[in-house]
Design a protein around this ligand. Sequence first.
Ligand code: FES
Ligand SMILES: [Fe+2]
Length: 386
Amino acid sequence: MNKDAIALAERALEHFVNKTTDQAEATMEISLSAYRDEERYAREIERVFKHLPLALALSLELSEAGSYKAMTVMGVPVLIVRGEDLKIRAMLNVCRHRGAKLCADGAGKKRVFACPYHAWTYDHKGSLKGRYGGDTFGEIANDQYGLTVLHCEERSGIIWASLTPGDFFDVDAWLGDFGEELNTLDLKNWHLFEQRDLPGPGWKVTMDGYLEAYHHQLVHKDTVGKYTVGNLLVLDTYGPHQRLTFGRQSLGDLLNQPRDQWDPMEHIRLIHSGFPNLSISGILGDHCLVSQIFPGATPTTTITRQTILVAKEPKTESEIAASDNFSALTLKAVQEEDYGIGFGIQGCMDSDANDHFIFGRNEPAVQNYHRWIARFMNLDDNAWCF
Ligand code: FES
Ligand SMILES: [Fe+2]
């Protein structure tokens, strides 16, 4: 990582000196129908979110045998469990008797999962193990009534799953070299400090804001903008996934230091953006914000799961205060600042002021994001343009 970090710092420093940034080849226009057409939205959610591997949880959230996480993801009830064999499995959180929700949304540790309706029990693999009053119920083949499996893989400290039963994916092919990039974050060895769900504006309005530093000095001047050089982006792409490198405010200090004494990570900030809805953002060195943006029932709403990670569990008063501060900073930056602007955009969208949005050459990551949505929707590369 270090050699890579030095190269990244060099690229960022060059932009800093020249007041430049990585750029797309041209500006790009996107019709507002991409943001608000409900029928198109439904098709995109089905294709992009329900048939691609999604980062549903972090490995560290389910660290022991029997740890589980039950969550409703875009209407799909999912149960993720780590078995005795320490393997992660994902299943639909729905009882096979008469369809009760097996386990309330939340996380914890269980030996078996017992249905609240008639007490059928399932093990960590989702196999049906017991039926209350089995003698009176009648003969059935228990092995035909295990929980419905979702394909699931654990890589780079992240649990990836498809929301559609019967779907299969090759997670290594999906991640490509981005997997190696994620490995450098060593995600499974962080400490989970806090987790919360934030209501946000529509999916694309929200995601657009995660993919550029053009707004940082204005929107975040009292929060993350204090630490970041505005409108400076070094971009690397890995298929649909992207790594964004921003300069920290101290970036220019490197000009006065011999290269062999550089500590590059002190002066740059990385964001790993996993398509279509994951953002892992190192804002301050030993703290990290993981965001999972889940589209809502309509094009105008999302829920963002924010997870605050700390390199080591904070124990002293000052360590806990530092983590509290980081958590408060990210909450303000995202909820008040980013989503404040986003809800504003959402509220003005039907005003007919715009029939398209235009993305600058200095917003290449946003452009790539929209291009990949179009690609997954099997549109021609130009179909998203006028
Ligand atoms: S619905 Fe689950 S045991 Fe009846
Ligand atoms: Fe922002």
